[in-house]
Ligand binder design. Structure first.
Ligand code: SAM
Length: 220
C-alpha cells in the first residue's frame, strides 16, 4: 500500500480542478476526496495518479479520466442505498466512487484478469461492490431492476437489454437512469436516458467523450 499522506495535496488540487471544470455536486467531490486513486493505477503511472487524465491499466484498457468519472457520477446522482450497475469494472475506481456515495454497486467486467485483480482490490479496500466476470451487454438479469446503470465503455448503440433492466417509474418517481457513451471508436456522445414507462424512455445527449469500446459491440 502507498502512504496516502503523500497524495493528499494532489487530491485536493484535483478536486479544485474538477470544480473549475464545472463539477458542482458536493457528494461526488467528497467521494473523490475519499478514494485513493493511486491504489487503482499501475505502478508506472503513480506520479500521474491525480492528473486529470485517463491512464493505461494493461490489456489495452484504461482507468477513466477523473473528470469523466465525476461527470458520469454527477449525472447519474446515485442516492444512498440505490442499486447501481456498472458495465466495465476496469480498475475499480468508478465502483469505489459509487460505493463512497452510498450506492449498492454491481459491476461487470469482461476481461478475466482485470476482473480477478480488481474484485480482490475492492474487497481488500473494504468496498462491498458485487463484481462479476461476464459480458455487460447482457446486464445482470438476476439482480435487476436497477435504479441506475453506468456504462464506462463506448457503445455503438444503446443495448435494449440494459434499458429493460432499469426500474419502472412508481407514482411520481421516474424510473431508472442510464448513462452511456454512444458512438464510434473515435468519438462518442454521453447519453442520459430515464425510463418513463414500460417502453417509454427520455433521452438527452450531453457532451462529446471518448472511451475504449464496449467489447462485443465493436466498431471500425
Ligand atoms: N470504470 C473503469 C474504471 O473506473 O477504471 C474504467 C473502465 S475502462 C474505460 C472500460 C472497461 O470496460 C474495461 O475494463 C473493459 O474491459 C470493460 N468492458 C468493455 N466491454 C465490456 C463488456 N461488454 N462487458 C463488461 N466489461 C466490458
Amino acid at each position: 500500500m502507498t502512504e496516502d499522506w503523500k497524495y493528499e495535496r494532489r487530491r485536493s488540487r484535483l478536486i479544485e480542478e474538477l470544480r473549475e471544470k464545472g463539477i458542482a455536486d458536493e457528494r461526488v467531490l467528497a467521494a473523490i476526496g475519499r478514494v485513493q486513486r493511486q491504489l487503482f493505477v499501475e505502478q508506472a503511472f503513480l506520479s500521474q495518479s491525480y492528473h486529470d487524465v485517463a491512464l493505461p491499466i494493461g490489456l489495452k484498457q484504461t482507468i477513466s479520466q477523473p473528470y469523466t468519472v465525476a461527470y458520469q457520477s454527477e449525472t447519474l446522482a446515485p442516492k444512498p442505498g440505490e442499486r447501481i450497475l456498472e458495465i466495465g469494472t476496469g480498475s475499480g475506481y468508478q465502483a469505489a466512487i459509487l460505493c463512497e456515495m452510498g450506492a449498492r454497486v454491481y459491476s461487470i467486467e469482461r476481461i478475466r484478469p482485470l476482473y480477478e485483480k480488481t474484485s480482490a482490490l475492492l474487497r481488500q479496500l473494504g468496498y462491498t461492490a458485487n463484481c462479476r466476470f461476464s459480458d455487460g451487454m447482457a446486464g445482470w438479469e438476476t439482480m435487476a431492476p436497477f435504479d441506475g446503470i453506468i456504462v464506462t465503455a463506448g457503445a455503438l448503440e444503446v443495448p435494449d437489454t440494459l434499458l429493460k433492466q432499469l426500474s419502472l417509474p412508481e407514482g411520481m418517481k421516474p424510473g431508472g437512469r442510464l448513462i452511456i457513451p454512444v458512438g464510434n471508436r473515435k468519438q462518442q456522445t454521453m447519453t442520459y436516458i430515464v425510463r418513463m414507462g414500460e417502453n417509454e424512455f427520455d433521452r438527452v445527449e450531453m457532451e462529446a467523450c471518448r472511451f475504449v469500446p464496449l467489447l462485443g459491440n465493436t466498431v471500425g
